[in-house]
Structures are given as structure tokens and as C-alpha cells.
Design a protein around this ligand. Structure first.
Ligand code: ATP
Length: 605
């Protein structure tokens, strides 16, 4: 797959609005039994409900007309029995209903979450987290609500309508046909409403996602906002977004109210016509009083299905647009996957020779490549410092090794294996990465540090913490059991970086990629960590992005990255002596123009 479409949201096609919902049908399969019972119980309850007016007809035309108390009691008992059966069946239906729809919601949520984990970093770069959050919460709730109530009542109400109309036609064909014809305006109204509501639902769900993103950004950036006194601006942005959501919600509510009123009018008008014409027919003797009672009672059974139609269509459209939004995520192909014949070499066979061979890389959608033909070989156990101006592509280069992104040209190899030909799980065990901005999850220090090595023992964890100069963790209120990360104990930037580094080294990778992971430490502590790293991991190949000359000097070699290319490679002291651009970068000296990388006789790429 070309990198340009790597992680792009799936394009929306001109499909029918309900297609997305229909595509979720395989989630119903495990609950097919429960749904079958659900519909059976629903249909049986409906039949019991319809039977009551028919019994009433027998009562009026039979025992009441003949003044037969015994027959009256018999038929009244029968009506009572139908009523009881209806109540029991409704109870069974509700009982079954709750578990299956929640089960389906949970299964879809699990799939979305698993898929999000597989999607490449470029997908997450471009999707707002609030949009993902709203899909996995509110959109799924809309689908659950529709599966619990809407779908069932849609089917039951349709069947009720058809059965009742058939019975009405049997009772009195002309009046029955009047009721049947009333379905035409109902259909037209419902179709118009469905279209308008579909658009409003989608707008509202997108706006909910925007609002969730805003709230998340505000929570994360609260300190910055306060420091710059930007609270009022953020509040104003929030108010605009909240107002838009409010307006859409009100519009949707009014659309539903307006349509419900029109829908309501149809059965009530029909009832009026039937009452007048029915009374005439009864007077003319073409309809018995009992039949008229049954006709009107049956027709009253149609009031709720018609009244509920607006709600059901609204719920169906909300579920359909929610399903659309969910498929936009699920249809995005996970571009970075295991190759079919992916290699899985044992760790003991990997020495750790890292090579970038003519590596080029362009972010999806970007006009210019960030890296253009990078050639660099790092020998097993060697430490190379990667140096370059801000934005020169250092982090991008590192991200290609564990395949957070894939190269768009050339290749990256580890001991001759193209990283794209290694199993992802193997690759990520071989490569340990520590970033400048460390992520600590809302878990204990122990869980955070052992994330890549859940089997690590006390001694190994202690050694990793010592190496990363992170033994402060033992002095936290609950020692390593102290919860950190979001909603956990607040740690300083340097403390977080050292815990993240301990996590990286604990996994004993063959290759260590350190993306300025000690920037928050003082120079002295940084040097302590770097020296300890080299002593404790002598066989580990290390590529480290650093800025301070004292730390750079600890590396075996230094690579200078300029405008997407390695323009100089050699020992720190040699580069200082011979490469003006390098000297300029590490001091306050102005360097040569950016388009004139002059590496002065050192290894050039
Ligand atoms: N996810 C991304 N999507 C698109 N462009 C990106 C992305 N990340 C970085 N870039 C662009 O790629 C270029 C190189 O960024 P990169 O982060 O690799 O530089 P860097 O050398 O590590 O910078 P620094 O020293 O400031 O961390 C920059 O111009 C940046 O705008």
C-alpha cells in the first residue's frame, strides 16, 4: 500500500444509510438464539394483545347480547388469561433483551480498540482523540439502544400493523382498506423524516467528537492555558462548540417533535373516519356492535406503533450514522503489518548491526520528504549520537526502526534482516525505544516499568532502576506500588523520563533508540545515566538523539543530520575540529547556509 494512504480514514461512499448498520450483522450471530427468543416472545405478546379485542367482540355479540352470565365469565377469564400471558411475555422479552445488546456493544468496542492498536502512528497523528473517544462511547451506545429497542419494535410494529390491518379487512373490507391506505402518508412522512434526521445525527455525532477533543485538550493543556492566561479564550472556543452541538440537538428534537405530531394525526384522523362510517354500517346492519367494538379496539392497537415510528426511525438513523463513523475506523487498513513470510530469529542470534540503506521517508500527505537517502551503519555494541537542528528529522529516522512508520524508500536492516520482513512482535522485542516525552500509564511504578517484561523479577527491576538513576521510586509513598501516570502521583519531568528509561532497558533490547530521553535531567545526572548505560549494556547497539556536547562526547561516533541527510559522521572531537556546521550547531556560532552542507573530508553520505 502506498504511504500516501497509510492510515487514511476510509473514504465514505454513496451507500445506502442503513448499509453500515447491516454490515454489523455478524455481531448478532452469537446472540441469534437470544434474538430468536426475543422476537418469538415479542410476537407472542403481540398476538395475545390482538386476541383481547377479538374476545371482546365475542363477549358483546355472544353472552352480552344473549344475556348469558356463564358465557360472559368464560370469555372474561379468557381475556384475563391473554392479558396475563402478554405481561409475562413482555417480561421475558425485556429480560433477554438487556444481555444481548450489551454483549454486542462490548464485542464491537473490543474490536475497535484492538484495531486502533494496529493502526499506524500516522493514523493517530491525524485523528482527533475526541473523535475516537466519541466513537467508542456515544456511538456504540446509540447502536446498543437501537438493537435493544428500535430494531425489535420496528419489526414487531410492522408485523402488528400488517396483522391488524388484515384482521380489519376481514371484519369490514371497506373500512379495513381505509385503514390500510392510511399507511401511504405514514410511509411518505417517515421517508422524508429519515433523510433529514440522518444528516442531523451525523452532524451531532461529529460535533460531540469535536467537543470531546476540546475538553481533552483543555484538561491536558490546563497548565499552559493558565500560565498564558488563555482560560477565557478556551472557554469561548468551548462555548462556540457547545452552542453548535446545542443547536443541532434542538434542531433534531424539533424535527422529531414535528414529524411525531404529523404521524400522530394520521391514525387519529383514520379513527374518526372509521367511527363515523362504522356507526353508519352498524346502523345499516352490515356490522354488528361487537364487530364495531372489535374494529375500534383493534384500530387503537395501531396508535402506539404509529406514535413510536418517529422514535424508532430516529434511533435507527442515529445507529446508522454511528455505524458509519465506526466503519470509518474499522475500514482503515492497518498499513503496518507482519509480512506473510515474516522472519522470527531468536534473540540469541541477533548481534544488533543496524543499517539505514538509502532511507527516504515522507509523512503521508506531506509535500516534501523528511529524509532523503540516509546511509548509516551502526556496529553491534556501538553507540552513535544523532545530532541535527530541530526539525531535521532525527525522531523520524528513529521511528523507522521499530516501524512506527515505514520507509518510503530504501530500507532499514538489523543484522541484514529488513525490519519489514521481521515479525512485528519480534522486532519490537529487539528494539527498545525511549522518547523525550515519556508516557506513563495510570498504573503502579512496577507495572509501568515492567510493561515490556511482565516476568521481570525484583532484582532485575532494581538493576534497571539503578541504571536509569531512578531509585527514587523506592522512596515514593507506596514504593513501587505507587500509582503514577494520569490520576496518579505527580512526578517531575526528569523522574518520568528516568522511569521510562528503566522500562526500556529492562526489556534487554538488542538495539536501544533513545530520542533525547534525558533532556529533563541535569547535566551531571544525564552523564551518570549515559555512563551506566554503556557499562551495563556493552553489547547493546545504541542510537541516541542528544543535544549536550558533554553527553555527545560519550558516544563512539556522531552522525550529523542536515536537511534529511547524514552530512558528517565521525568522532565528536574530529567533527568539532573539521565540520563548521557541526561546530555551529553545538555552540552559539552561526553556521554555514543550510543548503551548503560541507562535511570537510569526513565520511559523507
Ligand atoms: N507525524 C508527523 N506528520 C507530519 N509531519 C511530521 C510529523 N512528525 C514530524 N513531522 C515533520 O517532520 C520534520 C522532522 O521532524 P522530527 O520530529 O523528525 O525532527 P527532529 O529532528 O526530531 O526535531 P526535534 O529536535 O525538534 O525533536 C518536521 O518538519 C516536522 O514538522
Amino acid at each position: 500500500m502506498p504511504a500516501e494512504v497509510d492510515g487514511d480514514p476510509a473514504p465514505t461512499t454513496g451507500r445506502h444509510p442503513l448499509d453500515s448498520l447491516w454490515r454489523l450483522r455478524h455481531y448478532l450471530r452469537p446472540y441469534a438464539h437470544e434474538f430468536a427468543w426475543l422476537f418469538l416472545a415479542g410476537l407472542a405478546a403481540m398476538a395475545a394483545g390482538i386476541a383481547v379485542p377479538l374476545v371482546a367482540q365475542r363477549v358483546v355479540d355472544g353472552p352480552v347480547a344473549r344475556q348469558d352470565p356463564a358465557g360472559l365469565f368464560r370469555l372474561a377469564g379468557l381475556a384475563l388469561l391473554f392479558g396475563l400471558a402478554e405481561a409475562v411475555l413482555i417480561f421475558i422479552r425485556r429480560w433477554v433483551q438487556s444481555s444481548s445488546s450489551v454483549g454486542i456493544e462490548t464485542a464491537i468496542r473490543a474490536d475497535i480498540y484492538a484495531h486502533l492498536q494496529q493502526l499506524p502512528a500516522s493514523f493517530h497523528d491525524r485523528w482527533q482523540s475526541g473523535q475516537l473517544l466519541s466513537r467508542i462511547t456515544t456511538d456504540l451506545s446509540a447502536i446498543r439502544r437501537f438493537l435493544s429497542f428500535g430494531l425489535l419494535f420496528f419489526v414487531l410494529n410492522l408485523v402488528t400493523y400488517a396483522v391488524v390491518v388484515a384482521l380489519l379487512i376481514r371484519l369490514h373490507p371497506v373500512l379495513g382498506l381505509v385503514v390500510a391506505v392510511s399507511a401511504i402518508p405514514l410511509f411518505l412522512l417517515a421517508r422524508r423524516f429519515a433523510r433529514a434526521y440522518h444528516a442531523a445525527s451525523r452532524r451531532m455525532q461529529d460535533q460531540q467528537g469535536d467537543l470531546a477533543t476540546l475538553v481533552e485538550e483543555t484538561a491536558q493543556g490546563l497548565r499552559t492555558a493558565k500560565a498564558y492566561g488563555r482560560g477565557p479564550e478556551l472557554a469561548a472556543r468551548f462555548a462556540v462548540s457547545a452552542r453548535a452541538l446545542h443547536d443541532t440537538a434542538v434542531g433534531k428534537g424539533r424535527l422529531l417533535a414535528d414529524t411525531s405530531a404529523r404521524l400522530d394525526l394520521v391514525p387519529n384522523l383514520t379513527l374518526g373516519v372509521v367511527l363515523i362510517a362504522g356507526a353508519g354500517a352498524a346502523a345499516a346492519g352490515t356490522l354488528t356492535i361487537g364487530e364495531l367494538v372489535a374494529f375500534v379496539s383493534l384500530q387503537l392497537l395501531l396508535i402506539w406503533p404509529v406514535q413510536g415510528l418517529g422514535w424508532i426511525i430516529a434511533g435507527g438513523q442515529e445507529a446508522a450514522t454511528a455505524a458509519d463513523r465506526i466503519w470509518e475506523v474499522l475500514d482503515t487498513p492497518p498499513a503496518i503489518l507482519d509480512a506473510p513470510d515474516a522472519a522470527d530469529p531468536p534473540r540469541s542470534q541477533i548481534l544488533g548491526r543496524l543499517r539505514f540503506e538509502g532511507v527516504s521517508f515522507k509523512y503521508p500527505g506531506a509535500r516534501e520528504p523528511v529524509l532523503r537517502g540516509v546511509d548509516l551503519t551502526i556496529e553491534p555494541g556501538e553507540t552513535v549520537a544523532l545530532v541535527g537542528a530541530t526539525g531535521s528529522g532525527k525522531s523520524s529516522l528513529l521511528s523507522l526502526v521499530p516501524r512506527l512508520h515505514d520507509v518510503t524508500g530504501g530500507r532499514v536492516t538489523i543484522d541484514g534482516y529488513d525490519v519489514r520482513g521481521l515479525r512485528l512482535a519480534t522486532l519490537r522485542r529487539l528494539v527498545g525505544v525511549a522518547f523525550e516525552e515519556p508516557t506513563l500509564f495510570s498504573m503502579s511504578v512496577w507495572e509501568n516499568v515492567t510493561l515490556g517484561r511482565p516476568d521481570a523479577g525484583d532484582e532485575e527491576v532494581r538493576a534497571a532502576l539503578t541504571l536509569a538513576q531512578a531509585t527514587f521510586a523506592y522512596d515514593l509513598p507506596w514504593g513501587l506500588a505507587t500509582r503514577v501516570g494520569e490520576q496518579g502521583l505527580s512526578l517531575s519531568g526528569g523522574q518520568r523520563q528516568r522511569l521510562a528509561l528503566a522500562r526500556t532497558v529492562l526489556s534487554r533490547p538488542a538495539l536501544l533508540l533513545l530520542d533525547d530521553p534525558l533532556s529533563a535531567l541535569d547535566v551531571h545526572t544525564e552523564a551518570l545515566v549515559e555512563t551506566a548505560l554503556r557499562r551495563a549494556l556493552p553489547d547493546t547497539t545504541t542510537l541516541v538523539v542528544v543535544h549536550r556536547p558533554a553527553t555527545i562526547a560519550l558516544a563512539d561516533r556522531v552522525a550529523l543530520l542536515e536537511a534529511g541527510r547524514i552530512t558528517a559522521l565521525g568522532r565528536h572531537s574530529d567533527l568539532l575540529a573539521t565540520v563548521p556546521a557541526y561546530r555551529a550547531l553545538l555552540s552559539a556560532e552561526p553556521g554555514p547556509p543550510a543548503d551548503d552542507p560541507t562535511p570537510n573530508g569526513l565520511v559523507r553520505s
